[in-house]
Design a protein. Sequence first.
Length: 392
Amino acid sequence: MAMTGGEVARGFGAETGGGTMAHLADLFDMARDRSQTGRRALADKVGDFYFSEHDLTDRERDIVVDILRQVLRDAEMDVRRALSERLASHPGAPRDLIVMLANDQVEIAGPILLRSEVLEDEDLIAVVQAHAEAHQLLIASRSRVNPPVCDALIETGNMRVAETLLGNLNASLSGKAMIRLTSVARRVPPLRQPLLGRPELTPELATRIYWLVSQELRRTILDRFKISKTQLDAALQATVQDLIDGTRGRTSLTADQLETVERMAEAGAITPQLLIQTLRLGQIDLFKALFGRIAGLSPESMHQLIAETGGEALTLACRALRIDKGFFASIFLLSRAARPGEQIVDPRELSRVLALYDRVTPESALPILQGWRQNATGIHLMPQRRRERPDA
């Protein structure tokens, strides 16, 4: 700095009390020491002076702020961190210094981003847009997050940020934000439970994820909202459509899709009609996942069940699951037609499996299915003679 402490005292002595100007003169003299030790001592001294009970004039306060700026430019990380801690909870801290610290390294910015009430929404949004996840998570955890800042955080597309924001009940989410987060939660399981805890949640949004959450959370939804069976049926169809759309062109289901299948099974939503719908749309892999879940069969066993030449395995599994004969006929025809190279099913094949269906009772078919579940090597049919009368 160009001025010495004595020059400061002479230049402003007429405007201020002698004690105050003596302190300011000391600060200017200390500012000439640019060593790390000197910077740390200056930061402590400036902080003590700024946060003391001194009745500073606007001019004196400007001088102290100028010294603070100099300290921030030259100081090592630990000095900046100490100043950040002191300024974070001070409602009268200079906004430009607070903004500077908020954009510093996350170790320094942390106290400011979490606690400073000096930061305005536009400042926080600028930090969200300029910095990565660590800064964004801190902002999402603030004791108050206004809707514009929430929108900016959601726009980042970061799932950890979204989950933190949903878990912060001091964040105010707009209707637009809730709609977007609900759409994301349909694909991202960790967002579902915190989403259901939001006060802004509406019955319509809760219905959209009803079939994707656990039985316990479904009860929570029904306890909180009055949702009709018609709405739940429509939500189920939307969930199924998402599954169908998400599995097109895939040879296997993702972990999230398999979790959705699990949730649907828990809710008793995997029906013969749903199985037929997936087959009609050519979604054989989704059919295998759905049927395999209610039958308790592994993916390898389901592959064998579909590939098995005569169709007896599928017949016995459907009989054990008490699937109606009409539904079974549709499942059989559609699953056979979906196999590679098989577009037309021989009518005699259908007659044969329907006759087998009639001969076998659910009680006699169930032990066979249970054996397949326990057999690590998959499905094994009985010899031909016994297979003709498995209930004998």
